[in-house]
Design a protein around this ligand. Structure first.
Ligand code: CA
Length: 219
């Protein structure tokens, strides 16, 4: 889907992010210092940069200014342990598209990445699975060439599953993402919609139930 440069000196975190990205079809490029990041970018192109502000060899903020100057079309998401408001404001003022504070859930990081990629039109927007074709930009879902007849909510749920394919999402998370944070629903709401999606699309086996947790679209 997208090439994402992970600038993070903590090797464990860097590797964890890289592996999570690869599970969702992204390619993670890794750099463990600011200087290394700049040399990676000289050789390879990236669609998005995850930038840890606390780097060993240079201040993450000055690295970001440099990145914004030289690679203006690559969006940056700041990742940092500092959660003070002034730092957030500074990061955004300096041109970060988004800001995420450690510790964070991988699901949240992935969701933020998707939003930024979508904003920059660097995201895959059509998917095929069995005889189902989905176009997220046009908002269409067909099965065997015919309109699958999804409701808006079913389509929203399908979209979340596709954008997080091969990742288990809890029912709670699905409610948040497909219905919105303010929606007051329960787990059954999700189950009912998943059942309809499976039937309408013939994806009974592809949308897996994760015991006592939620669902995962496997593709
Ligand atoms: Ca660090």
């Amino acid at each position: 889907m997208a090439d994402i440069l992970i600038i993070e000196d903590d090797r464990k975190i860097n590797e964890l992010i890289r592996r999570t990205l690869s599970m969702t079809g992204h390619q993670g490029l890794t750099a463990f210092s600011g200087r290394e990041a700049l040399s990676v970018l000289e050789r390879k192109s990236a669609d998005l940069i995850l930038l840890d502000i606390g780097l060993p060899d240079m201040d993450g903020f000055s690295l970001m200014r440099q990145l914004r100057a030289e690679y203006r079309d690559i969006p940056v998401i700041c990742v940092t342990a500092r959660d003070e408001v002034p730092d957030r404001v500074r990061g955004l003022k300096d041109g970060a598209e988004d800001y995420i504070v450690k510790p964070f859930a991988m699901e949240e990081l992935l969701a933020r990445i998707q939003v930024v990629l979508r904003r920059f039109c660097k995201e895959q927007n059509s998917f095929c699975i069995r005889d189902v074709e989905v176009n997220l930009t046009e908002g269409t879902a067909t099965r065997g060439g015919k309109d699958a007849g999804l409701t808006n909510r079913e389509f929203a749920l399908l979209k979340i599953l596709l954008l997080n394919k091969n990742i288990a999402l809890s029912r709670e998370r699905l409610l948040d993402l497909a219905w919105g944070m303010d929606y007051y629903g329960d787990d059954r709401t999700v189950d009912v919609h998943i059942r309809r999606l499976r039937q309408k699309l013939g994806l009974e086996e592809d949308i897996r139930t994760i015991f006592k947790y939620g669902y995962r679209l496997e593709m």
